[in-house]
Design a protein around this ligand. Structure first.
Ligand code: ATP
Length: 358
């Protein structure tokens, strides 16, 4: 998988342009606020169709109404054009000119590593659940569908609980137990391999403490129905579904202790890195091709050993784009970022006028 070109128009602070990327590592360096993260975010969006911003209009340049990103993607010898149009609360995706849904873009196309990943370790369970669900949804379209239906069912059931519709609960419970059981079983199966890969990555990062991943489940397939019935009164009082996979946590332990409570900042970043490398490996195993690796701020919070790990990881995949406030060692191409523009060392890399086809 290779991103041969990325075009942006009205995307955050990026100047309209088309940048071409070679195989190997592209290093992007520049001062704070130059647009380095925005470039990686645009690349990730164009490659996967995914973004974690809550309001899509945040991605649109202030003063504009719509934005556009396009990735020219080289895969298995053929080129395809992936386009994302963004407006107020609206995202339109096309592959080779044909409208598609997010799940229709190649699901193993990119992994994004960034300093905020530490939140996976130190933040609330929702972040770890989101990591797991996003990864599993990319590994299996079936999981993505089940999860979406489960989440819809939880919110409809919550509405029924708030309306005091005790009489309708057995219908909601039946649907919830069916979908929730599938989700729990899939998570259990996937976690075995994910835990192995994360533990290997953590050791490769030089961590002296072993990393283990376990699921702390709020219920189990065998007891889900009974648990729902047993907590009916509490649920009616709270107007919320209090048991099920939407309440699970992915517990990360370093040595004998939960990383969320005991890890240092650097150790936390290391655990987060191990999770991202495991994600990269799992996607590569599933789709038979290494994703494009996007690394934001390669030196943030990391000692020299862990920086080298990141740079080695970048060098081990067919293509990586790595940003930093200093030059990125070992780059095939170096871009200097300044005020939303990117200039190759010694030459302007923009292909000039951007042709919009979306
Ligand atoms: N919708 C938007 N419209 C215009 N500018 C925006 C928009 N969203 C963000 N920006 C601006 O983009 C700028 C660049 O942000 P970005 O996070 O890409 O910088 P960076 O180069 O990664 O910096 P750092 O080294 O500090 O991480 C910021 O100044 C931010 O205010």
């Amino acid at each position: 998988m290779q991103l041969s070109a990325l075009s942006t128009l009205n995307y955050r602070n990026l100047a309209p342009d088309t940048l071409t990327f070679p195989a190997g590592v592209t290093g992007v360096f520049g001062e704070n606020g130059a647009g380095k993260t925005n470039l990686l975010e645009a690349a990730y969006l164009a490659l996967t169709g995914l973004t974690d911003v809550t309001r899509l209009e945040q991605l649109v340049q202030s003063g504009e109404r719509e934005a556009y990103v396009r990735a020219d993607v080289q895969q298995g010898g053929s080129l395809s054009i992936q386009e994302v149009g963004l407006g107020r609360g609206r995202r339109q995706l096309k592959v080779d000119g044909v409208r598609v849904r997010t799940g229709d873009l190649p699901r193993g196309s990119a992994v994004w590593i960034r300093p905020e990943d530490s939140e996976l370790v130190f933040g609330p369970p929702a972040g770890r659940r989101a990591y797991l669900d996003a990864l599993l949804s990319r590994l299996s379209a079936h999981y993505a569908q089940k999860l979406a239906r489960y989440e819809r069912t939880v919110s409809q059931r919550n509405a029924a609980l708030r309306a005091g519709e005790d009489w309708a609960m057995h219908v909601w419970d039946e649907a919830l137990v069916k979908l929730g059981t599938d989700i729990m079983l899939f998570r259990r199966r996937a976690l075995t391999r994910l835990a192995e890969l994360a533990s290997e990555a953590n050791a490769a990062l030089g961590s002296r403490k072993a990393l283990s991943l376990t699921l702390q489940e709020s219920t189990a397939p065998e007891t889900y129905g009974a648990d729902l019935t047993g907590r009916r009164a509490e649920e009616l009082a709270r107007g919320a579904t209090v048991t099920g996979p939407h309440r699970d946590d992915l517990v990360l332990r370093l040595g004998d202790f939960p990383a969320s409570e005991y890890a240092s900042r650097g150790e936390g970043r290391t655990v987060a890195l191990a999770l991202r490398r495991a994600e990269l490996e799992l996607l590569a195993e599933r789709f038979g091709e290494k994703p494009v690796l996007l690394i934001d701020d390669f030196s943030a919070e990391l000692d020299p050993g862990r920086r080298s790990f990141l740079l080695d990881l970048a060098a081990s995949v067919p293509q990586a784009i790595v940003t930093g406030t200093e030059r990125v060692p070992g780059s095939a191409l170096t871009l200097r970022a300044h005020s939303g523009r990117f200039t190759a060392e010694g030459q302007a890399v923009g292909a000039g006028t951007l042709e919009v086809t979306a």
